[in-house]
Ligand binder design. Structure first.
Ligand SMILES: [Zn+2]
Ligand SMILES: [Zn+2]
Ligand SMILES: [Zn+2]
Ligand SMILES: [Zn+2]
Length: 584
């Protein structure tokens, strides 16, 4: 079962912080040791991790217990006695470590009685750790035919069923006992399978081992096949931020055998066929793996109901990452499955409803098993064992049939997804339209309400306006009246002012007249007073004259009055008196 080229595998055991590394498991193929010499550094070429998000790359995978049992060749001959074999076992310091020893060990010891397995130490050296095992294939393929190219002296036997015991296994490889340096059995928590690392002494011996045993059954009554792959390197590393991220130049593969079988077209060169029977339900239940998130998802339909895209919670068109179990939606929803590939380089995803596996790097479907219309799984590429009903058909017919089926299937799924897509689009448009109509209705109602309110307000305002107009009319009337009154008053005022001037002139005239009058009267009074004095004087004089003997004389006498009677009255009177006295 040799192919022209093979892909070499890389095994990376990423152990948890508190668990121990397994330095004894580490391995580097000779051609890489050569590279190490080329680049001149003392250390082997490091694995190159690409960037990425650790939690996304880890996905749903949880660390689990890993047990490694090492069977080392003791270089003893086939004639070695049982006692010698046991002493070799005592020399092995690991004998005290008996934890995790499988029950098969006693079988191998029992088998020690036969000559076939005496080259292996009786008790395996057992190491236990906890972590996640990553399986990668190199993207660059290595030619099979040239010896000088150098592949690897280490071979990986993948997915050995638990029904094949240690004893069975040792018997299976017994013909090559002289070529084997050591055998390491790696068990994880999957109960029904394990993997085996076989280190051979030279490249040529490894090639012979590979070509002889790859694709053969472990024994005549089991149909499970031995699947071999060349191992480029085995690393154990503590889990850190970048350990476990995508490896540059490598493609990560699922470690679950069921998932591996689902995509065996794509792992051509790593694995040829995992099992030679079709992917029927019996086989699935046999491989049933409670730990693999993908198998759990695909095999338990009741779980599928509640499943959804881990990013957008969509439950339509889901794809599950075969490497880490991430669930994402398809390209017609939000494309989160593709986004997961971009972030983690996990390039295989399975459609749970029909088990079709998509390869994002190859951009095609990679499975050879399809679900037909009846819901049964059928093989399409014809690379597995021929089905009994197809026995009569020629290979070409078979091929044509499978191609036809493949294309019909592809067309159907594409049309289906298109239908989903357009139905979804239509539905969303209807939803949008309904929303718009609702919005418009609400707006209409609002407008109606607003209009009613406005009408009421308008009515009120109109009433107010009428009232105001009435008031304005009244006020205008009042104003007119007041203006008329004012004019009248002004007229009256004008007349009164005119009268006032007249009166003022009159008063002035009267005052003048009055003054004149007063002056006249005063003068009159003065005259009258003079006259009155004269009269009084005369009367007194008459009285005096009448009484005196000299009355005749006096009567004959003359009275001379001074020129200024007023001023010289006193003097005159005095002089008169003197005159009278003289006369006497
Ligand atoms: Zn199978
Ligand atoms: Zn699986
Ligand atoms: Zn999504
Ligand atoms: Zn993933």
């Amino acid at each position: 079962m040799s192919t022209a080229t093979v892909s070499l595998c890389v095994i990376l055991i990423e152990v948890t912080e508190e668990s121990q590394l397994l330095p004894s498991v580490q391995y580097l193929a000779p051609k890489y040791r050569g590279n190490m010499a080329d680049n001149g550094s003392g250390k082997p070429k490091e694995l190159q991790f690409a960037g990425g998000d650790k939690s996304k790359t880890r996905g749903l995978r949880k660390p689990y217990n890993l047990t490694v049992e090492t069977f080392t060749s003791t270089e003893t001959t086939a004639t070695t006695t049982t006692g010698d074999k046991k002493s070799g076992g005592v020399d092995n310091p690991s004998k005290s470590s008996s934890s995790g020893q499988p029950s098969d060990v006693s079988d191998s010891e029992g088998a020690g009685e036969t000559k076939k397995v005496t080259f292996l130490s009786g008790n395996p050296f057992v190491e236990v750790t906890k972590g996640v095992l990553h399986l990668y294939k190199e993207n660059e393929r290595t030619p099979m035919d040239k010896l000088d190219v150098g592949r690897s002296e280490m071979l990986l036997m993948l997915a050995v069923p638990a029904s094949t015991s240690c004893r069975d296994l040792l018997q299976f490889v017994a013909p090559f006992q002289a070529d084997i340096e050591h055998i390491k059995i790696i068990r994880d928590s999957i109960p029904n399978q394990y993997m085996v690392l076989i280190k051979l002494k030279s490249q040529r011996q490894a090639d012979t081992f590979y070509q002889t045993l790859n694709g053969t059954t472990f024994n005549s009554f089991e149909e499970d096949l031995c699947n071999l792959a060349y191992v480029a390197r085995v690393e154990t590393m503590k889990e850190t931020e970048n350990v476990g991220l995508p490896l540059v130049g490598h493609t990560e593969l699922p470690t679950c055998p069921v998932c591996l079988e689902r995509m065996d077209e794509s792992v051509d060169g790593v694995l040829t066929i995992l099992c030679n029977h079709s992917f029927h339900s019996l086989c699935l239940s046999k491989w049933s793996d409670a730990r693999c998130p993908v198998c759990r998802f695909v095999q338990t339909p009741e779980l599928v109901v509640g499943n959804q895209c881990s990013e957008c919670k969509s439950s339509e068109s889901l794809w599950i990452c075969l490497i880490c179990g991430h669930i994402g939606c398809g390209r017609y929803v939000h494309g989160h499955a593709y986004k997961h590939f971009c972030e983690t380089s996990h390039c295989y995803a399975i459609q749970p409803d029909n088990n079709r596996v998509w390869d994002y790097v190859g951009d095609n479907f990679v499975h050879r098993l399809l679900q037909n219309k009846d819901g049964k799984l059928v093989e399409v590429s014809g690379r597995g064992a021929p089905r009994p009903e197809d026995a009569g058909k020629t290979e070409t017919e078979d091929k044509l049939d499978s191609i036809q089926l493949e294309f019909t299937y592809m067309l159907t799924t594409q049309l289906e997804s298109q239908r989903y897509y357009f139905e979804e689009k239509l539905a969303s448009q209807v939803r949008e339209m309904n929303r718009d109509v609702e919005k418009l209705q609400i707006r209409l109602e609002e407008n109606d309400k607003y209009k009613t309110e406005t009408d009421i307000r308008l009515k009120g305002l109109t009433k107010e306006k009428v009232n105001l107009e009435k008031k304005i009319a009244q006020l205008t009337q009042k104003l007119t009246k007041a203006t008329t009154d004012l004019n009248d008053e002004k007229e009256v005022n004008k007349h009164m002012k005119k009268d006032h001037d007249k009166w003022v002139a009159l008063v002035a005239k009267l005052e003048k007249e009055h003054e004149q009058y007063v002056a006249e009267k005063t003068a009159e009074i003065v005259d009258l007073k003079e006259s009155l004095r004269d009269v009084m004087f005369f009367m007194e004089a008459g009285k005096l004259v009448g009484g005196s003997e000299l009355r005749d004389e006096i009567t004959e006498g003359q009275v001379v009055v001074g020129p200024s009677a007023a001023d010289n009255a006193a003097a005159a009177s005095t002089s008169k008196k003197e005159q009278r006295r003289k006369k006497r």
